[in-house]
Design a protein around this ligand. Structure first.
Ligand SMILES: Cc1cc2nc3c(=O)[nH]c(=O)nc-3n(C[C@H](O)[C@H](O)[C@H](O)COP(=O)(O)O)c2cc1C
Length: 359
């Protein structure tokens, strides 16, 4: 039954060795926000999955949010991504860079000089975040004016072009987990009264405009998007009136942009409400191209999801960060290392490239 999880497939023009995806995972190993040889090694050691989606990567200084996450907006960052893409390709893999603008999930102490915390509305995220001066409350962001949105789209387009020019296979737009794009989708955060808020059709507008512009710039077959309906990260409300209808409308409008894949993450194994199976299936039915599911999968549940046709690809997060050669281990039922939660976001090699190889 597991055969099809390990059989080759296609993603637009790309041939993937199997249906396993490395889920995007922030690891804070990019001092100065520039991808580096250590990151190239980490990704190359996991390149036996069909597709790697990188950690969230900022399209601008404003989007950086956390310490030592990579960016994609400068030529130095582009050169860093070239190192990573070359290493992954040499190891036989494919790589999409996840473009993540943190929006209000940020703190001025984590941002470079001149950058600011922005969002759909001037509503602070609940809770605190780590800064060099210890944990601090999320600040009230500045609400973006509608005449600023074209520049934001241009930043995402420029970053997508930058990483594709560096040899990466494509980009994933991060519209999940409470970051800027979801800050437009979610009505508790988005309190706008212009064309970008107030109704489902208006709340999805910015995300659809971003997807259309990035697809036009680099080709829809090189673009995917990640969505987390019912997620609670970053102070998102987990459910609201019309949520399923809003995500279906979004799916329909994304179809028209020509982007290649829809990547739906269900955080119910991490404490959020479950995404109803009926919504996942309706999104799958409405999507004519590649469909990815993520969130708490193991070999048996991933195989079942592929065999039963619920998805084309399954993304694994924590098991991949802890296991170089993950696809081979999973296929051969070799022992899997457990992730070390104390080193997820710490600098350097420890907990990053020192997990024991398969034996
Ligand atoms: C250390 C860590 C960092 C993460 N960073 C990101 C990120 O940058 N972008 C994103 O979309 N999801 C991020 N996630 C969520 C994962 O992509 C994934 O959806 C989640 O871990 C559930 O999958 P799993 O049960 O297979 O680990 C992160 C998860 C972990 C554990």
């Amino acid at each position: 039954m597991s055969a099809s999880l390990f059989s080759p497939t296609t993603l637009g023009p790309l041939t993937l060795g199997n249906r396993l995806v490395m889920a995007p995972m922030t690891r804070n190993r990019a001092p100065g926000n520039v991808p580096n040889p250590l990151m190239a090694r980490y990704y190359a050691e996991r390149a036996d999955v069909g597709l790697i989606v990188t950690e969230g990567t900022s399209p601008s200084p404003n989007g950086l949010g956390y310490p030592s996450i990579p960016g994609a907006y400068s030529s130095e960052q582009g050169a860093g991504w070239q190192l990573v893409a070359d290493a992954v390709h040499k190891a036989g893999g494919k790589i999409f860079v996840q473009l993540m603008h943190c929006g209000r999930v940020a703190h001025p102490l984590n941002l470079p000089a001149g950058a600011e915390v922005v969002s759909s509305s001037a509503v602070a995220a609940a809770g605190q975040m780590h800064t060099p001066e210890g944990p601090k409350d999320h600040p009230v962001p500045r609400a973006l004016r509608s005449d600023e949105l074209p520049a934001l789209i241009a930043e995402l387009v420029a970053s997508a072009k930058n990483v594709v020019a560096a040899g990466c296979d494509g980009v994933e737009l991060h519209a999940a987990n409470g970051y800027l794009l979801e800050q437009f989708l979610n009505p508790a955060c988005n309190q706008r009264t212009d064309a970008y808020g107030g109704s489902a059709a208006n709340r999805i507008r910015f995300v659809v405009e971003v997807a259309a512009a990035v697809a036009k710039a680099i080709g829809g077959e090189r673009v995917g998007i990640r969505l987390s309906p019912y997620g609670t990260n970053g102070g998102m409300t987990s459910s609201y009136d019309g949520i399923d209808a809003q995500y279906l409308l979004l799916t329909e409008q994304l179809v028209a942009t020509g982007i290649q894949y829809l990547h739906v993450v269900d955080h119910s194994k991490m404490g959020a409400p479950e995404v109803p199976a009926s919504l996942k299936r309706a999104m799958r039915r409405a999507w004519p191209r590649s469909f990815i599911l993520a969130g708490g999968y193991d070999k048996a549940s991933a195989s079942a999801a592929i065999v039963e046709g619920h998805a084309d690809l399954i993304a694994f997060g924590r098991p991949v960060l802890a296991n170089p050669g993950f696809a081979t281990r999973l296929e051969r039922d070799l022992k899997l290392n457990d992730p070390d939660y104390s080193t997820l976001y710490t600098p350097g090699e420890k907990g990053y490239v020192d997990y024991p190889p398969a034996r």
